[in-house]
Design a binder for this molecule. Sequence first.
Ligand SMILES: CC(=O)SCCNC(=O)CCNC(=O)[C@H](O)C(C)(C)COP(=O)(O)OP(=O)(O)OC[C@H]1O[C@@H](n2cnc3c(N)ncnc32)[C@H](O)[C@@H]1OP(=O)(O)O
Ligand SMILES: O=C([O-])CC(=O)C(=O)O
Length: 392
Amino acid sequence: MDECLPVMNTGLRGVAVASSKICDVRGKQGKLIYRGFLIEDLAQNATFEEVCFLLLYERLPKKAELEDFQQSLKQKRNIPENIFSFLKTLPADTNPMDVLQMATPLLVQNDLTVGKPGIENTLYSAENLISGLAIITAAWDRIRNKQEIIPPDNNLSHAANFLYMLKGKIPDDETARFFDTSLVLHAEHSFNASTFTARQVASTKAHIYAAISAAIGSLSGSLHGGANVRVMEMLKQIGSVDKIDGYIQNILNEGGLIMGLGHAVYQTDDPRAIILAPMSQRMGQIANQPLWYELSRELEKKGKNAFKAKKQKQIFCNVDFYSASFFHAIGIAMDLFTPVFAVSRVSGWSAHVIEEQFAMAAPKPTLYRPGAEYIGDYCGPDECLFTDMDER
Ligand SMILES: CC(=O)SCCNC(=O)CCNC(=O)[C@H](O)C(C)(C)COP(=O)(O)OP(=O)(O)OC[C@H]1O[C@@H](n2cnc3c(N)ncnc32)[C@H](O)[C@@H]1OP(=O)(O)O
Ligand SMILES: O=C([O-])CC(=O)C(=O)O
Protein backbone atom coordinates (compact mmCIF):
# COMPACT_ATOMS: atom_id res chain seq x y z
CA MET A 1 0.00 0.00 0.00
CA ASP A 2 1.21 3.49 -0.77
CA GLU A 3 0.94 6.08 1.99
CA CYS A 4 -2.63 6.20 3.33
CA LEU A 5 -4.27 7.80 6.35
CA PRO A 6 -5.03 4.88 8.69
CA VAL A 7 -8.71 4.93 9.66
CA MET A 8 -9.10 1.20 9.18
CA ASN A 9 -11.73 -1.21 10.44
CA THR A 10 -13.66 1.52 12.20
CA GLY A 11 -16.55 1.77 9.75
CA LEU A 12 -15.30 5.34 9.25
CA ARG A 13 -16.90 6.36 12.59
CA GLY A 14 -16.11 9.97 13.35
CA VAL A 15 -14.46 10.57 9.96
CA ALA A 16 -15.99 13.36 7.87
CA VAL A 17 -15.71 12.38 4.19
CA ALA A 18 -17.54 15.32 2.58
CA SER A 19 -19.12 18.67 3.22
CA SER A 20 -22.91 18.71 3.05
CA LYS A 21 -25.60 21.35 3.34
CA ILE A 22 -28.43 18.88 3.67
CA CYS A 23 -28.52 17.53 7.18
CA ASP A 24 -26.84 17.80 10.54
CA VAL A 25 -26.99 15.02 13.11
CA ARG A 26 -25.72 16.20 16.48
CA GLY A 27 -25.23 12.89 18.21
CA LYS A 28 -24.40 14.12 21.69
CA GLN A 29 -27.35 16.52 21.87
CA GLY A 30 -29.79 14.25 20.05
CA LYS A 31 -30.52 16.90 17.45
CA LEU A 32 -31.53 16.17 13.88
CA ILE A 33 -31.65 19.08 11.45
CA TYR A 34 -32.79 19.10 7.81
CA ARG A 35 -31.43 22.14 5.94
CA GLY A 36 -31.36 24.15 9.15
CA PHE A 37 -34.76 23.06 10.51
CA LEU A 38 -35.16 20.95 13.63
CA ILE A 39 -36.90 17.62 13.10
CA GLU A 40 -39.36 18.39 15.91
CA ASP A 41 -40.51 21.49 14.04
CA LEU A 42 -40.81 19.70 10.72
CA ALA A 43 -42.66 16.74 12.24
CA GLN A 44 -45.11 19.12 13.87
CA ASN A 45 -45.65 21.54 11.01
CA ALA A 46 -44.54 20.24 7.63
CA THR A 47 -45.95 17.66 5.25
CA PHE A 48 -43.79 15.06 3.56
CA GLU A 49 -44.09 16.93 0.26
CA GLU A 50 -42.85 20.14 1.92
CA VAL A 51 -39.91 18.25 3.36
CA CYS A 52 -39.11 16.73 -0.05
CA PHE A 53 -39.11 20.23 -1.53
CA LEU A 54 -36.91 21.48 1.31
CA LEU A 55 -34.40 18.68 0.81
CA LEU A 56 -34.31 18.95 -2.98
CA TYR A 57 -34.63 22.71 -3.48
CA GLU A 58 -32.80 23.84 -0.32
CA ARG A 59 -35.63 25.93 1.14
CA LEU A 60 -39.23 25.65 2.26
CA PRO A 61 -41.68 26.12 -0.62
CA LYS A 62 -44.05 29.04 -0.97
CA LYS A 63 -47.73 28.09 -1.34
CA ALA A 64 -47.78 28.14 -5.16
CA GLU A 65 -44.45 26.31 -5.34
CA LEU A 66 -45.75 23.57 -3.08
CA GLU A 67 -48.88 23.21 -5.19
CA ASP A 68 -46.79 22.88 -8.36
CA PHE A 69 -44.51 20.38 -6.66
CA GLN A 70 -47.45 18.29 -5.42
CA GLN A 71 -48.92 18.36 -8.91
CA SER A 72 -45.65 17.28 -10.42
CA LEU A 73 -45.38 14.34 -8.00
CA LYS A 74 -48.96 13.32 -8.81
CA GLN A 75 -48.26 13.31 -12.54
CA LYS A 76 -45.38 10.94 -11.90
CA ARG A 77 -47.62 8.43 -10.09
CA ASN A 78 -48.47 6.91 -13.48
CA ILE A 79 -45.52 4.60 -13.76
CA PRO A 80 -44.99 2.47 -16.90
CA GLU A 81 -47.44 -0.44 -17.09
CA ASN A 82 -44.66 -2.87 -17.90
CA ILE A 83 -43.29 -2.41 -14.38
CA PHE A 84 -46.50 -4.01 -13.08
CA SER A 85 -46.13 -6.75 -15.71
CA PHE A 86 -42.60 -7.36 -14.46
CA LEU A 87 -43.76 -7.49 -10.82
CA LYS A 88 -46.37 -10.07 -11.79
CA THR A 89 -43.62 -12.42 -13.02
CA LEU A 90 -42.01 -12.59 -9.55
CA PRO A 91 -42.72 -15.33 -6.99
CA ALA A 92 -45.13 -14.00 -4.35
CA ASP A 93 -42.64 -14.64 -1.56
CA THR A 94 -39.95 -12.40 -3.09
CA ASN A 95 -38.69 -10.04 -0.43
CA PRO A 96 -40.25 -6.59 -0.96
CA MET A 97 -36.89 -4.84 -0.55
CA ASP A 98 -35.45 -7.03 -3.32
CA VAL A 99 -38.48 -6.24 -5.44
CA LEU A 100 -38.04 -2.52 -4.84
CA GLN A 101 -34.36 -2.69 -5.64
CA MET A 102 -35.06 -4.61 -8.87
CA ALA A 103 -37.94 -2.46 -10.04
CA THR A 104 -36.51 0.99 -9.25
CA PRO A 105 -34.20 1.22 -12.29
CA LEU A 106 -37.22 0.41 -14.50
CA LEU A 107 -38.64 3.84 -13.62
CA VAL A 108 -36.02 5.23 -15.97
CA GLN A 109 -38.39 4.37 -18.83
CA ASN A 110 -40.68 7.33 -18.24
CA ASP A 111 -37.81 9.73 -17.72
CA LEU A 112 -36.48 11.29 -20.89
CA THR A 113 -34.13 13.51 -18.91
CA VAL A 114 -31.78 10.72 -17.79
CA GLY A 115 -28.21 11.18 -18.88
CA LYS A 116 -28.83 14.79 -19.88
CA PRO A 117 -26.74 17.43 -18.14
CA GLY A 118 -28.31 20.03 -15.88
CA ILE A 119 -29.55 19.93 -12.33
CA GLU A 120 -33.19 20.42 -13.45
CA ASN A 121 -33.02 17.01 -15.16
CA THR A 122 -31.81 15.24 -12.03
CA LEU A 123 -34.47 17.04 -9.98
CA TYR A 124 -37.08 15.71 -12.43
CA SER A 125 -35.66 12.20 -11.93
CA ALA A 126 -35.73 12.67 -8.15
CA GLU A 127 -39.45 13.49 -8.27
CA ASN A 128 -40.02 10.51 -10.54
CA LEU A 129 -38.29 8.30 -7.99
CA ILE A 130 -40.18 9.75 -5.00
CA SER A 131 -43.51 9.00 -6.69
CA GLY A 132 -42.37 5.75 -8.25
CA LEU A 133 -41.04 4.00 -5.14
CA ALA A 134 -44.35 4.50 -3.33
CA ILE A 135 -46.33 3.11 -6.27
CA ILE A 136 -44.06 0.08 -6.70
CA THR A 137 -44.19 -0.76 -2.97
CA ALA A 138 -47.98 -0.54 -2.78
CA ALA A 139 -48.47 -2.38 -6.08
CA TRP A 140 -46.15 -5.21 -5.08
CA ASP A 141 -48.13 -5.80 -1.88
CA ARG A 142 -51.35 -5.97 -3.91
CA ILE A 143 -49.84 -8.26 -6.57
CA ARG A 144 -48.31 -10.73 -4.11
CA ASN A 145 -51.64 -10.94 -2.28
CA LYS A 146 -53.47 -11.57 -5.58
CA GLN A 147 -55.37 -8.30 -5.30
CA GLU A 148 -56.10 -5.74 -8.00
CA ILE A 149 -53.68 -2.84 -8.20
CA ILE A 150 -55.46 0.32 -7.03
CA PRO A 151 -54.96 3.31 -9.34
CA PRO A 152 -53.65 6.43 -7.59
CA ASP A 153 -56.13 9.01 -6.29
CA ASN A 154 -54.84 12.45 -7.16
CA ASN A 155 -57.00 14.10 -4.52
CA LEU A 156 -54.79 12.48 -1.91
CA SER A 157 -51.41 13.48 -0.52
CA HIS A 158 -48.37 11.28 -1.05
CA ALA A 159 -48.84 9.61 2.35
CA ALA A 160 -52.61 9.12 2.10
CA ASN A 161 -52.37 7.88 -1.48
CA PHE A 162 -49.76 5.31 -0.50
CA LEU A 163 -52.02 3.90 2.24
CA TYR A 164 -54.98 4.00 -0.15
CA MET A 165 -53.12 2.10 -2.87
CA LEU A 166 -51.93 -0.40 -0.28
CA LYS A 167 -55.27 -1.14 1.34
CA GLY A 168 -57.91 0.07 -1.11
CA LYS A 169 -59.40 2.34 1.54
CA ILE A 170 -58.82 6.05 2.04
CA PRO A 171 -57.20 6.44 5.48
CA ASP A 172 -58.86 8.61 8.12
CA ASP A 173 -57.28 12.02 8.66
CA GLU A 174 -55.43 11.13 11.83
CA THR A 175 -53.84 8.01 10.36
CA ALA A 176 -52.92 9.87 7.17
CA ARG A 177 -51.36 12.69 9.19
CA PHE A 178 -49.42 10.31 11.45
CA PHE A 179 -48.17 8.32 8.49
CA ASP A 180 -47.17 11.53 6.76
CA THR A 181 -45.22 12.50 9.90
CA SER A 182 -43.46 9.14 9.90
CA LEU A 183 -42.35 9.85 6.32
CA VAL A 184 -41.04 13.24 7.44
CA LEU A 185 -39.09 11.53 10.22
CA HIS A 186 -37.46 8.96 7.92
CA ALA A 187 -36.64 11.31 5.06
CA GLU A 188 -33.03 12.17 5.77
CA HIS A 189 -30.11 11.34 8.06
CA SER A 190 -26.83 12.69 6.67
CA PHE A 191 -24.12 10.13 5.76
CA ASN A 192 -25.80 6.96 7.01
CA ALA A 193 -24.84 3.73 5.24
CA SER A 194 -27.45 3.84 2.47
CA THR A 195 -26.92 7.55 1.76
CA PHE A 196 -23.18 7.01 1.57
CA THR A 197 -23.91 4.17 -0.86
CA ALA A 198 -26.03 6.48 -3.01
CA ARG A 199 -23.38 9.19 -2.97
CA GLN A 200 -20.62 6.78 -3.79
CA VAL A 201 -22.51 5.44 -6.81
CA ALA A 202 -23.37 8.99 -7.85
CA SER A 203 -19.71 9.97 -7.57
CA THR A 204 -18.90 7.64 -10.50
CA LYS A 205 -21.38 9.72 -12.58
CA ALA A 206 -23.78 6.80 -12.73
CA HIS A 207 -27.35 8.10 -13.01
CA ILE A 208 -29.64 8.68 -10.04
CA TYR A 209 -31.68 5.50 -10.64
CA ALA A 210 -28.52 3.40 -10.23
CA ALA A 211 -27.61 5.29 -7.06
CA ILE A 212 -31.07 4.90 -5.51
CA SER A 213 -31.28 1.24 -6.39
CA ALA A 214 -27.92 0.63 -4.69
CA ALA A 215 -29.06 2.63 -1.66
CA ILE A 216 -32.16 0.44 -1.35
CA GLY A 217 -29.88 -2.60 -1.16
CA SER A 218 -27.85 -0.92 1.54
CA LEU A 219 -30.91 0.08 3.56
CA SER A 220 -32.23 -3.48 3.56
CA GLY A 221 -29.58 -4.76 5.99
CA SER A 222 -30.60 -5.63 9.53
CA LEU A 223 -28.10 -3.23 11.09
CA HIS A 224 -29.61 -0.36 9.10
CA GLY A 225 -33.20 0.15 7.83
CA GLY A 226 -33.90 -3.58 7.94
CA ALA A 227 -33.82 -3.31 11.74
CA ASN A 228 -37.45 -2.13 11.82
CA VAL A 229 -38.64 -5.55 10.62
CA ARG A 230 -36.38 -7.28 13.17
CA VAL A 231 -37.79 -5.10 15.96
CA MET A 232 -41.29 -6.32 15.14
CA GLU A 233 -40.09 -9.94 14.90
CA MET A 234 -38.48 -9.50 18.32
CA LEU A 235 -41.68 -8.05 19.84
CA LYS A 236 -43.67 -10.97 18.43
CA GLN A 237 -41.14 -13.46 19.74
CA ILE A 238 -41.30 -11.92 23.23
CA GLY A 239 -45.10 -11.82 23.08
CA SER A 240 -45.84 -10.60 26.62
CA VAL A 241 -44.34 -8.24 29.21
CA ASP A 242 -43.44 -11.06 31.61
CA LYS A 243 -41.13 -12.63 28.98
CA ILE A 244 -39.00 -9.51 28.48
CA ASP A 245 -36.42 -10.18 31.21
CA GLY A 246 -35.72 -13.70 29.99
CA TYR A 247 -35.47 -12.57 26.38
CA ILE A 248 -33.00 -9.81 27.21
CA GLN A 249 -30.81 -12.05 29.34
CA ASN A 250 -30.63 -14.68 26.60
CA ILE A 251 -29.84 -12.18 23.88
CA LEU A 252 -27.13 -10.41 25.85
CA ASN A 253 -25.59 -13.66 27.12
CA GLU A 254 -25.38 -14.95 23.55
CA GLY A 255 -23.77 -11.69 22.37
CA GLY A 256 -26.86 -10.88 20.29
CA LEU A 257 -28.51 -7.54 19.61
CA ILE A 258 -31.65 -5.98 21.00
CA MET A 259 -32.94 -4.62 17.73
CA GLY A 260 -33.79 -0.92 17.60
CA LEU A 261 -31.24 -0.04 20.29
CA GLY A 262 -27.86 1.55 19.57
CA HIS A 263 -26.78 4.01 16.96
CA ALA A 264 -23.54 4.89 15.21
CA VAL A 265 -23.97 8.61 15.93
CA TYR A 266 -26.53 9.31 18.67
CA GLN A 267 -25.29 9.17 22.24
CA THR A 268 -28.77 9.80 23.54
CA ASP A 269 -32.26 8.75 22.41
CA ASP A 270 -32.83 9.33 18.72
CA PRO A 271 -35.13 12.37 18.47
CA ARG A 272 -37.21 10.47 15.90
CA ALA A 273 -37.85 7.66 18.40
CA ILE A 274 -39.02 10.25 20.94
CA ILE A 275 -41.58 11.52 18.41
CA LEU A 276 -42.57 8.05 17.20
CA ALA A 277 -43.23 6.57 20.67
CA PRO A 278 -46.47 8.48 21.37
CA MET A 279 -47.52 8.00 17.74
CA SER A 280 -47.14 4.25 18.21
CA GLN A 281 -49.10 4.45 21.47
CA ARG A 282 -51.95 6.39 19.87
CA MET A 283 -52.19 4.21 16.76
CA GLY A 284 -52.00 1.09 18.94
CA GLN A 285 -54.98 2.34 20.95
CA ILE A 286 -56.98 3.11 17.80
CA ALA A 287 -56.20 -0.31 16.34
CA ASN A 288 -57.16 -1.88 19.67
CA GLN A 289 -53.70 -3.40 19.86
CA PRO A 290 -51.97 -1.57 22.72
CA LEU A 291 -49.69 -4.55 23.41
CA TRP A 292 -46.89 -3.74 20.92
CA TYR A 293 -46.35 -0.23 22.24
CA GLU A 294 -46.51 -1.42 25.84
CA LEU A 295 -44.04 -4.21 25.12
CA SER A 296 -41.73 -1.72 23.40
CA ARG A 297 -41.92 0.69 26.32
CA GLU A 298 -41.01 -2.02 28.85
CA LEU A 299 -38.35 -3.49 26.59
CA GLU A 300 -36.78 -0.05 26.23
CA LYS A 301 -36.51 0.37 30.02
CA LYS A 302 -35.35 -3.15 30.77
CA GLY A 303 -33.07 -3.39 27.72
CA LYS A 304 -31.28 -0.16 28.58
CA ASN A 305 -30.79 -1.25 32.21
CA ALA A 306 -29.56 -4.73 31.31
CA PHE A 307 -27.15 -3.31 28.72
CA LYS A 308 -25.76 -0.85 31.28
CA ALA A 309 -25.30 -3.63 33.83
CA LYS A 310 -23.53 -5.86 31.32
CA LYS A 311 -21.36 -3.38 29.39
CA GLN A 312 -21.03 -0.52 31.89
CA LYS A 313 -22.19 1.92 29.25
CA GLN A 314 -25.47 3.32 28.08
CA ILE A 315 -27.49 2.39 25.02
CA PHE A 316 -30.34 4.34 23.44
CA CYS A 317 -33.33 3.89 21.16
CA ASN A 318 -32.94 4.48 17.45
CA VAL A 319 -35.65 5.36 14.92
CA ASP A 320 -36.54 1.72 14.25
CA PHE A 321 -37.46 0.94 17.86
CA TYR A 322 -40.90 2.59 17.84
CA SER A 323 -41.47 2.78 14.09
CA ALA A 324 -42.03 -0.99 14.12
CA SER A 325 -45.03 -0.95 16.47
CA PHE A 326 -46.25 2.23 14.76
CA PHE A 327 -46.24 0.72 11.26
CA HIS A 328 -47.79 -2.46 12.64
CA ALA A 329 -50.60 -0.51 14.30
CA ILE A 330 -51.55 1.18 11.05
CA GLY A 331 -51.75 -2.20 9.37
CA ILE A 332 -48.61 -2.28 7.27
CA ALA A 333 -47.26 -5.79 6.65
CA MET A 334 -44.07 -6.46 8.59
CA ASP A 335 -41.84 -7.01 5.57
CA LEU A 336 -43.01 -3.69 4.11
CA PHE A 337 -41.58 -1.68 7.01
CA THR A 338 -38.19 -1.26 5.33
CA PRO A 339 -39.68 -0.49 1.89
CA VAL A 340 -41.76 2.21 3.63
CA PHE A 341 -38.51 3.58 5.08
CA ALA A 342 -37.16 3.67 1.49
CA VAL A 343 -40.35 5.34 0.23
CA SER A 344 -39.45 8.21 2.54
CA ARG A 345 -35.63 8.13 2.41
CA VAL A 346 -35.58 8.33 -1.38
CA SER A 347 -36.06 12.08 -0.86
CA GLY A 348 -32.90 12.41 1.22
CA TRP A 349 -30.92 10.06 -1.02
CA SER A 350 -31.92 12.14 -4.04
CA ALA A 351 -30.84 15.38 -2.40
CA HIS A 352 -27.47 13.76 -1.68
CA VAL A 353 -27.06 12.45 -5.23
CA ILE A 354 -27.67 15.98 -6.50
CA GLU A 355 -25.28 17.50 -3.97
CA GLU A 356 -22.64 14.94 -4.95
CA GLN A 357 -22.98 15.20 -8.72
CA PHE A 358 -23.34 18.94 -8.90
CA ALA A 359 -20.81 19.68 -6.16
CA MET A 360 -23.39 21.77 -4.32
CA ALA A 361 -21.32 21.75 -1.13
CA ALA A 362 -17.83 21.08 -2.43
CA PRO A 363 -15.46 22.80 -4.88
CA LYS A 364 -15.85 20.00 -7.48
CA PRO A 365 -17.27 16.50 -7.79
CA THR A 366 -14.86 13.79 -6.60
CA LEU A 367 -14.91 10.06 -7.11
CA TYR A 368 -14.87 8.16 -3.80
CA ARG A 369 -11.95 5.79 -3.87
CA PRO A 370 -10.54 4.98 -0.41
CA GLY A 371 -7.50 2.77 0.08
CA ALA A 372 -7.10 -0.48 1.95
CA GLU A 373 -4.14 -1.99 3.74
CA TYR A 374 -3.24 -5.21 1.99
CA ILE A 375 -2.56 -7.89 4.59
CA GLY A 376 -2.79 -10.87 2.22
CA ASP A 377 0.04 -13.03 0.90
CA TYR A 378 3.12 -12.13 -1.06
CA CYS A 379 4.62 -15.66 -0.77
CA GLY A 380 7.86 -14.17 0.50
CA PRO A 381 9.47 -10.77 0.16
CA ASP A 382 8.07 -10.21 -3.34
CA GLU A 383 5.00 -11.36 -5.29
CA CYS A 384 3.90 -14.99 -5.65
CA LEU A 385 5.16 -17.00 -8.59
CA PHE A 386 2.36 -18.31 -10.79
CA THR A 387 2.47 -22.12 -10.87
CA ASP A 388 1.01 -24.43 -13.50
CA MET A 389 -2.19 -26.22 -12.56
CA ASP A 390 -0.59 -29.70 -12.07
CA GLU A 391 2.19 -28.27 -9.89
CA ARG A 392 -0.07 -26.67 -7.24
C1 LIG B 1 -31.96 3.49 10.62
C2 LIG B 1 -30.79 2.90 11.29
O1 LIG B 1 -29.91 2.42 10.64
S1 LIG B 1 -30.71 2.97 12.97
C3 LIG B 1 -29.81 1.49 13.45
C4 LIG B 1 -30.68 0.27 13.28
N1 LIG B 1 -29.96 -0.95 13.71
C5 LIG B 1 -30.30 -1.64 14.82
O2 LIG B 1 -31.20 -1.31 15.56
C6 LIG B 1 -29.50 -2.90 15.05
C7 LIG B 1 -29.03 -2.99 16.50
N2 LIG B 1 -27.98 -2.02 16.77
C8 LIG B 1 -26.69 -2.21 16.35
O3 LIG B 1 -26.34 -3.24 15.75
C9 LIG B 1 -25.67 -1.13 16.65
O4 LIG B 1 -26.08 -0.39 17.75
C10 LIG B 1 -25.43 -0.21 15.43
C11 LIG B 1 -24.85 -1.01 14.27
C12 LIG B 1 -26.71 0.46 14.99
C13 LIG B 1 -24.47 0.91 15.83
O5 LIG B 1 -23.33 0.32 16.18
P1 LIG B 1 -22.05 1.08 16.77
O6 LIG B 1 -22.35 2.35 17.41
O7 LIG B 1 -21.06 1.08 15.74
O8 LIG B 1 -21.70 0.19 17.93
P2 LIG B 1 -21.05 -1.23 17.89
O9 LIG B 1 -21.72 -2.10 16.91
O10 LIG B 1 -19.56 -1.06 17.76
O11 LIG B 1 -21.43 -1.68 19.33
C14 LIG B 1 -20.77 -1.24 20.50
C15 LIG B 1 -21.04 -2.28 21.58
O12 LIG B 1 -22.42 -2.25 21.92
C16 LIG B 1 -23.05 -3.46 21.61
N3 LIG B 1 -24.34 -3.16 21.03
C17 LIG B 1 -24.62 -2.19 20.13
N4 LIG B 1 -25.92 -2.20 19.83
C18 LIG B 1 -26.46 -3.21 20.55
C19 LIG B 1 -27.75 -3.71 20.65
N5 LIG B 1 -28.76 -3.20 19.95
N6 LIG B 1 -27.98 -4.75 21.48
C20 LIG B 1 -26.97 -5.29 22.18
N7 LIG B 1 -25.71 -4.85 22.13
C21 LIG B 1 -25.47 -3.82 21.32
C22 LIG B 1 -22.13 -4.15 20.61
O13 LIG B 1 -22.29 -5.54 20.63
C23 LIG B 1 -20.78 -3.69 21.08
O14 LIG B 1 -20.39 -4.45 22.19
P3 LIG B 1 -18.82 -4.73 22.46
O15 LIG B 1 -18.22 -3.38 22.71
O16 LIG B 1 -18.83 -5.61 23.67
O17 LIG B 1 -18.30 -5.39 21.23
O1 LIG C 1 -27.55 7.51 10.58
C1 LIG C 1 -27.45 6.28 10.64
O2 LIG C 1 -26.36 5.67 10.78
C2 LIG C 1 -28.67 5.44 10.54
C3 LIG C 1 -29.95 6.18 10.70
O3 LIG C 1 -30.36 6.49 11.79
C4 LIG C 1 -30.68 6.55 9.51
O4 LIG C 1 -30.20 6.30 8.38
O5 LIG C 1 -31.78 7.10 9.64
